[in-house]
Design a protein around this ligand. Structure first.
Ligand code: ADP
Ligand code: MG
Length: 259
């Protein structure tokens, strides 16, 4: 039987079959109910594998979720707005999300969690940092090559460009970024995290006029979320909200507790 299932490409059903048969015998399932369960195992298995493939292709730095985000730690952040984003309407309407704030306030966490949620709903996503993106778009001088690498960033339903502000772009890279934002305009949702004010984008791109045109497209349909809070990383280093532990130099050991 395994052989037949494999020939039909029903590998998920094949691996679930011993368990399904046991269950069917124990529960004395009808033929119809058994067949339905077997087919459902194949469909669920395929869905799971497709999701796994999408998530791997997205290159998220970590698979974090909104459920592990402590909103009470960031009172300036609107939980209501983040929950609304989690409904994923922003993906369907190609609305951009700009997360602004100092290091450690959860920008990458929030962007990654929204992307993961979007992938679970069947969307494609891709995570990159601005410096990786700039290098990729810069990479080849062959025109065909560059058009192809641009396409890689245009295609995903959700594109995260993390850490905008740590890398100054060359004029060529700035034009490539502008081309990307233009190509994604009203087509895909771009999530940007940055420690910069928009006023500083001119010096980031090395061109005030280009920066204005880029921000015009980027912000036309966008939610801007500013987080003015404490760094969660520092909180972890300090040992949480508990009493300060003086001189505890290796407090970093507890950093990944709770993950
Ligand atoms: P940023 O991108 O703003 O520098 P990160 O998203 O990388 O910050 O957050 C730093 C670390 O702290 C990550 O491990 C993240 O999961 C965690 N973190 C940040 N804010 C929160 C929060 N409010 N609740 C739970 N974990 C958080
Ligand atoms: Mg970050």
């Amino acid at each position: 039987m395994n052989e037949l299932l494999k020939r039909l490409g029903l590998s998920q059903m094949a691996s679930a079959l011993p368990r399904l048969l046991d269950d069917a015998r124990m529960q004395q399932l009808s033929y119809e109910a058994f067949l339905r369960q077997a087919l459902e195992a194949e469909v669920a298995g395929r869905h799971e594998r497709a999701l796994e493939r999408r998530v791997r292709a997205a290159k998220l730095p970590r698979r974090v979720r909104l459920s592990t985000f402590d909103f009470s730690f960031q009172p300036t952040l609107s939980e209501r707005l983040v929950r609304e984003l989690a409904s994923l309407r922003f993906v369907e309407t190609a609305t951009n999300v700009i997360l602004l704030g100092p290091p450690g306030v959860g920008k990458t966490h929030l962007a990654s969690a929204l992307a993961l949620q979007a992938m679970e709903a069947g969307h494609s996503a891709l995570f990159t940092t601005l410096s990786q993106l700039a290098a990729a778009l810069d990479g080849t001088n062959a025109r065909g090559g560059r058009a192809k690498s641009l396409q890689r960033y245009v295609r995903p339903h959700v594109l995260i460009v993390d850490e905008v502000g740590y890398t100054r772009l060359t004029p060529e890279q700035a034009h490539q970024l502008f081309a990307l934002v233009t190509a994604r305009y009203e087509r895909g949702a771009t999530l940007i995290t940055s420690n910069l004010n928009f006023a500083d984008w001119g010096s980031l791109l090395g061109d005030e006029v280009l920066a204005t045109a880029l921000l015009d497209r980027l912000l036309h349909h966008a939610e801007i979320i500013t987080i003015n809070g404490r760094s969660y990383r520092m909180r972890e280093r300090m040992g949480g909200d508990s009493v300060e532990r003086a001189g505890n130099g290796d407090g970093s050991k507890s950093i990944s507790a709770g993950e």
